[in-house]
Design a protein around this ligand. Structure first.
Ligand SMILES: Nc1ncnc2c1ncn2[C@@H]1O[C@H](COP(=O)(O)OP(=O)(O)OP(=O)(O)O)[C@@H](O)[C@H]1O
Ligand SMILES: [Mg+2]
Length: 237
């Protein structure tokens, strides 16, 4: 069984064999540049990306590989061109996917600089993002699967992180129990490829949706969650 992953070794083997040549070449480039020594275990096979752990200098890292073939790139194109930073992205599969990976890297960096708890981004090459591993011996669990000990406090901390992000001019855009990890009873936001700046005409709607998703989860946990007052706290209005 893999050390960290939740996907069986067999699936990993199959996947490894189907990396396209382009991705394999870029993985090797990152290896030769010293970002990691090789892929270790699969952590997740998502809609658009495959995520692996890798080891470098004795520490674990995460390698997120956006798939070039099986992603919904038309939807990605619609999303990304609403972001003022990517209005010029061309409507072809590769450009859209590279911009998507680029946006995740850039957003993680910006969030990190603003003091938001996110994985530190370490490298970007085409459709591949290398980042800090969140966890200890095991990967931190998704919030939906790891109910916090102090739920009220955890929710407060999420709102605080959202506010830091907003102050830095950004909204996450896909916040939910899937994209918040519970690491040592503190939230860590992940999956920021769809995060956008406040100049995006949809930014406020994304923020409201993020708040709604967080509240839906915390209500399930039995915590009162008032969307209006959270919105006010975050925006200061
Ligand atoms: N830096 C990290 N440290 C630990 N675990 C991670 C990290 N990044 C991702 N994971 C794990 O992998 C899962 C999927 O990651 P993520 O949400 O970034 O991609 P995704 O939702 O599959 O991507 P997509 O946006 O393409 O659908 C997470 O829910 C989490 O369990
Ligand atoms: Mg996700």
């Amino acid at each position: 069984m893999p050390r960290y992953g939740t996907v069986q070794r067999e699936k990993y083997k199959t996947l490894k064999n189907v990396f396209d040549l382009f991705t394999e070449k870029n993985l090797n480039k990152l290896i030769s540049q010293g970002f990691f020594e090789g892929l270790e275990s699969p952590l997740s096979i998502g809609k658009e990306a495959n995520i692996f752990t890798a080891v470098a200098e004795g520490e674990t890292r995460v390698v997120k590989i956006y798939r070039l073939q099986t992603c919904d790139f038309n939807k990605m194109f619609d999303y990304i061109r609403a972001d003022p930073r990517y209005v010029d992205v061309r409507n072809n599969r590769r450009d859209v996917i590279f911009s998507w990976a680029h946006r995740e890297y850039r957003n993680l960096l910006k969030a990190r600089e603003a003091g938001v708890r996110v994985p530190t981004p370490l490298a970007l090459l085409k459709n591949i993002v290398v980042m800090e591993f969140i966890g200890d011996d095991m990967a931190a669990q998704k919030l939906k699967d790891d109910v916090p000990e102090d739920k009220e406090e955890f929710l407060k901390e999420i709102v605080h992180q959202m506010k830091l992000l907003f102050k830095a001019g950004m909204v996450h855009g896909d916040l939910s129990g899937f994209n918040i990890l519970n690491h040592d009873q503190k939230p860590v936001f992940i999956d920021m490829s769809q995060s956008t700046t406040l100049e995006n005409p949809n930014a406020l709607d994304y923020l409201k949706r993020d708040i709604r998703n967080v509240c839906v989860l915390f209500r399930k946990f039995g915590v009162k969650c008032d969307e209006e007052s959270i919105l006010k706290k975050i925006t200061g209005k």
